[in-house]
Ligand binder design. Structure first.
Ligand code: G6P
Length: 595
């Protein structure tokens, strides 16, 4: 949440910061701002809404140094005055922040008593005022930043443009910050993807690292240990020149179609590469799989595969609900963290506690050099490439497919898993034909009239029902609930009225009694007038109980991974017809780095 970008070097900072913020928009997009430094004078531009150019932005003089920010509001509404950067009274420094000052209230009260004047409602301005106070007492800006930062509670990362010394300072805690080293200068950002076109050489900062950037030089000092640190330079495996939509109108559709490749990229791991983790799982007493949001549902899917295919005692846990498991988790248990961004605060918090308990941590992350992968004893990557649409699609199937590979490898069927996964990706083509899209569009024309929809899944498709519902609600803003089909007669059925859309996921590789349960659930809602939609094995399309049917490829226990794709497509086409912002749905952020 919130994106930070900074640059100093020989190129024009204005354009680089603007382009960087466009790439960081997924982290928050309610407002944004840029500050550049020209001849020791700070010039600022702020606006509400998406990052785009206008006459006032063009009026900023070209500069070689500056910082920028995309905001996801926490303290204070979406107003220009609350957008970052927040400049000091003397206009000698300006600050951007990613995170949340948890003791904001008490700090602000103290500052108000000392007659500080606030223009915005943000917690960031509290930091500005704290720093000003220290500067007034005679400290250097650097020392003032350190003293003030130590007073902040919560996960906070800040970047400061210093007009007097022509420098950028930044301090990291919790929220991510990466430095990019390029021939033309130094980049500073919340993720390495945002400066990917310019360099592959990065320095990942640790908590409480303060980086001082002057021209093309950086120095790092840890404010907790009071020690200078030699920058540890890493080279990224991939560099993305362009992150664009290609022939698609939206990143979402591009990313949905890409699943024909990304499922394979995530599961290219050889037995040799997986071996350390396989052995750790075998050695462990129990495997806990943690994740939040879509990654939480992928954790459910991975747990299902580990239990049913490999007989492993595996339990998925929503990372934000891990506390009740703390009394029973011991150092003999293994933790598998699943995350697209690798920066989700809800997931990092339990990992920090469990690491202290002595648990080994494995992670499956999409972004490189992130907090979660750096905390891990066993580091694995989705390799799905940048996922820009806020709603996760290709990373979910990558995570689930990796769980399948893991389980099959533990069961001694690594080669079979690779063969089936290849077969699956080849057969996904049937979901992306013009006639399949036309059918879905027609169906969405009917669905858009309903405010409530339900999705029923069972066994391997239980979590697909939950993820399918999340996908549709995230972008269409419709009320969609996914349920384990068994819940129907225990309550859900009371909500069914004439015309209520109910999806039933019905694969052909389930044990007969499981499919019988789904069929009888659909019969029961149909009898109460529901509009029924089947997703799964084509053989059931002939049943009279379904008003619509979307056949999916059925490859052994992999059909669940195929079954989620029609929900992604329904989410896309429905939201398109509703005229919603598909890649940047309201109120959401792709990387949730605050609690
Ligand atoms: C947010 C995003 C979701 C994502 C979740 C967990 O809610 O909007 O798409 O699933 O965070 O994020 P992670 O990066 O840990 O997968």
């Amino acid at each position: 949440m919130c994106g930070i970008f900074g640059y100093t070097g020989s190129n024009v900072a204005n354009n680089l910061i603007f382009d960087g913020l466009k790439r960081l928009e997924y982290r928050g997009y309610d407002s944004w701002g840029i500050a550049i430094l020209k001849e020791n004078k700070i010039h600022q531009y702020k606006n509400i809404g998406l990052v785009k150019k206008d006459k006032d932005l063009e009026k900023l003089p070209d500069a070689k140094i500056g910082i920028g920010h995309t905001r996801w509001a926490t303290h204070g509404g979406v107003k220009k005055v609350n957008a970052h950067p927040h400049i000091s009274t003397e206009k000698d420094f300006t600050i951007v922040q990613n995170g949340m000052v948890e003791n904001f209230d008490s700090l602000k009260k103290q500052l108000l008593k000392q007659k500080a004047i606030f223009k915005s409602e943000t917690d960031t301005e509290v930091i500005v005022k704290l720093v000003e106070k220290e500067v007034r007492s005679g400290k250097s800006l650097k020392q003032s930043l350190i003293t003030s930062f130590k007073k902040l509670e919560g996960r906070n990362t800040i970047a400061i443009l210093d007009s007097k010394q022509n420098k950028i300072y930044a301090i990291k805690n919790g929220s991510p910050l990466v430095v990019g080293l390029s021939k033309d200068g130094i980049y500073l950002a919340s993720d390495s993807l945002s400066f990917s076109p310019y360099t592959k050489k990065i320095v990942v900062l640790d908590d409480y690292d303060m980086v001082e950037i002057e021209g093309k030089n950086i120095s790092i000092f840890n404010i907790k240990t009071n020690r200078k640190k030699k920058p540890e330079i890493k080279t990224l495996k991939y560099q993305y020149e362009e992150i664009d939509k290609g022939k698609y109108d939206h990143f979402m559709l591009k990313e949905i179609v890409e699943q024909q490749k990304t499922i394979n990229y995530a599961t290219e791991y050889t037995l040799e590469e997986l071996k350390p983790l396989l052995e750790a799982i075998r050695r462990s007493k129990k495997a806990y799989i943690l994740g939040a949001g879509t990654a939480g549902f992928a954790a459910g899917q991975i747990g299902y595969f580990l239990r049913t295919i490999a007989g492993i005692d595996a339990q998925d846990v929503k990372s934000y609900e891990f506390r009740s498991y703390l009394p029973i988790i011991t150092s003999k248990d293994l933790i598998i963290a699943v995350s697209q961004s690798g920066e989700t605060a809800d997931t990092i918090e339990p990992l920090e506690i469990l690491k202290k308990k002595g648990c080994k941590i494995a992670s499956f992350v999409n972004m490189f050099g992130t907090t979660i992968s750096r905390m891990s004893d066993y580091e694995y990557y989705t390799n799905a490439g940048p996922e820009i649409c806020v709603a996760s699609t290709k990373v979910f199937t990558a995570q689930s497919a990796w769980g399948y590979l893991l389980a099959m490898s533990l069961a001694g069927k690594h080669t079979t898993a690779h063969r089936r996964l290849k077969l699956l990706t080849k057969s996904l083509n049937s979901l992306f034909t013009p006639s399949s899209f036309d059918y879905l569009k027609r169906m969405c024309g009917v669905l858009k009239k309903s405010e409530h929809m339900f999705i029923l899944g069972k066994g391997e498709n239980s979590f697909i029902a939950l993820e399918g519902a999340l996908k549709i609600k995230e972008i269409s803003y419709k009320h969609v609930e996914g349920f384990f089909a068994g819940e129907l007669k225990h309550g859900v059925i009371a909500l069914i009225e004439k015309g209520t859309p109910v999806f039933g996921i019905i694969p052909d590789d389930h044990k007969d009694n499981e499919n019988k349960d789904i069929i009888s659930a659909i019969e029961q809602v149909k009898a109460r007038g529901a509009l029924t939609i089947g997703i799964g094995s084509e053989q059931y399309s002939k049943l009279k109980i379904f008003d619509y049917f979307i056949p999916t490829p059925q490859i052994n226990s992999l059909s669940s991974i195929a079954n989620v794709i029609p929900f992604q497509l329904v989410s896309y086409f429905l939201s398109l017809q509703l005229g919603n912002n598909i890649d940047k749905p309201r109120n959401l952020a792709k990387s949730v780095t605050v609690k």
